[in-house]
Design a protein around this ligand. Structure first.
Ligand SMILES: Cc1ncc(COP(=O)(O)O)c(C=O)c1O
Length: 387
């Protein structure tokens, strides 16, 4: 049978201990989930500010549906460009302090599309070795020569930039907060190098949007680097609690993407309700900066508690706390043991992370309470005693 390979591949995945299955969430995305029928405390979410189920977002979505209906009916360049798309883009540009912004259907589509628009054959992309899969795929799609420099290593980046002197265009791409390690890229040094060697910088703020800088605009804004970073992208589906993504930058960048970016052009526009939720989310986080304070305080509590128990989470400067276990099977067992105690912290294995670095990716939310964190620490303690 021609499709016999499907089962063979699945068997190979299982033998390698890398089989994945979907779990079912039967409630809204709060700090407590009903997961496959049982109640657990959720330490897996990117809904860092806890607003994915906020009534303001729900009300905005309902009002948008009443006024504009459910679907957008076409791609943006045909008849799917609705008032709310442009309202959101104006809002994002203001929020990010850029000339313009453009909304994408997802961060994955944004990264693949932006990279393959800005770089092509004869160009060079310099990509952090731990960049997200969507960045890796964008590099591949672009057909530019891609150099993966060691994670956060400015020395290697500079050496690679020197070697690529003959390339037509040079583009450095990095996440600002790394999705699986929670650490921050050395953006200031990177921007200096870019200017020294005539390269552009693109920063993925997927895990930073909503969290850093005076207004939550991201790490680029926190460091005052907005003028020196050509492309800032981020998602609307993590701390902003909704769905979709954006790119923020110059008006010319927006126009080029509208004209050339295949993942923007050849797809149905996001529906009005999604736009309205994002507008409400930006208003909400601007109005309630204390959400970020609570999040940071929760991060400190859990990190200190884990350290006191002898669990060392990596050098995180974010709500993403990586507890490196190493072996994939051991990591998944640890995750199951926590789940048995009502604590959900996802085990992350290759290919999401490099082989030998399987980890629990523990994420905090502003809506976790002291009790949730204490319960998690109790579960960690019980497991450490039992092994
Ligand atoms: C760093 C990073 N970039 C991009 C994405 C993709 O964004 P989206 O979920 O909106 O497709 C993710 C995760 O989803 C991510 O972690």
């Amino acid at each position: 049978m021609a499709e016999g390979f499907i089962k063979t591949e699945l068997d190979q995945i299982k033998e390698a201990g890398l089989y994945r299955r979907l779990r079912r969430v039967e409630c809204d995305q709060g700090p407590i989930l009903t997961l496959d029928g049982r109640e657990v405390i959720n330490f897996t979410s990117n809904n860092y500010l806890g607003i994915a189920n906020h009534p303001d977002l729900a009300a905005a979505a309902k009002e948008a549906i009443d006024r504009y209906g459910c679907g957008s009916g076409a791609s943006r360049l045909i008849s799917g460009n609705m008032t709310l798309h442009e309202e959101l883009e104006t809002k994002i540009a203001e929020f990010k302090g850029t000339e313009a912004a453009l909304v994408f259907n997802s961060g994955f589509q944004a990264n693949t599309g932006i990279l393959s628009t800005l770089a092509g054959e004869g160009d060079a992309i310099f990509s952090d070795a731990l960049n997200h899969a969507s960045i890796i795929d964008g590099c591949r799609l672009s057909r530019a020569k891609t150099v993966a420099y060691a994670h956060g290593d400015l020395g290697q980046l500079e050496a690679a930039l020197k070697q690529a002197a003959q390339s037509r265009r040079k583009l450095i791409v990095t996440e600002s907060i790394f999705s699986m390690d929670g650490d921050e890229a050395p953006l200031a040094g990177m921007v200096d190098l870019a200017e020294k060697y005539g390269a552009m910088v693109m920063v993925d703020e997927a895990h930073a949007t909503g969290l850093y800088g005076a207004t939550g605009a991201g790490v680029v804004a926190k460091l005052g680097l907005g003028e020196r970073v050509v492309v800032q992208m981020g998602t609307l589906g993590k701390a902003l609690g909704g769905f979709g993504a954006y790119v923020a930058g110059s008006r010319a960048l927006r126009e080029l993407l509208i004209n050339r970016c295949r993942s923007f052009i050849f797809t149905t526009a996001l529906p009005p309700a999604v736009m309205a939720m994002a507008i409400a989310a930006i208003d909400l986080i601007s109005r309630e900066p204390e959400r970020r304070e609570t999040l940071w305080s929760n991060c400190r509590k859990l990190t200190e508690g884990l350290h006191a128990l002898g669990f060392h989470v990596g050098a995180s400067s974010s709500p993403i706390l990586p507890l490196i276990i190493g072996d994939a099977a051991k990591c998944m067992k640890f995750s199951e043991q926590l789940l048995d105690r009502g604590v959900f912290a996802q085990g992350i294995r290759p290919p999401t992370v490099p082989p030998g670095t399987s980890r629990l990716r523990i994420t905090l939310m502003a809506t976790h309470t002291r009790e949730h964190i204490d319960q998690a620490l109790k579960a960690f303690e019980e497991i450490s005693v039992s092994v």
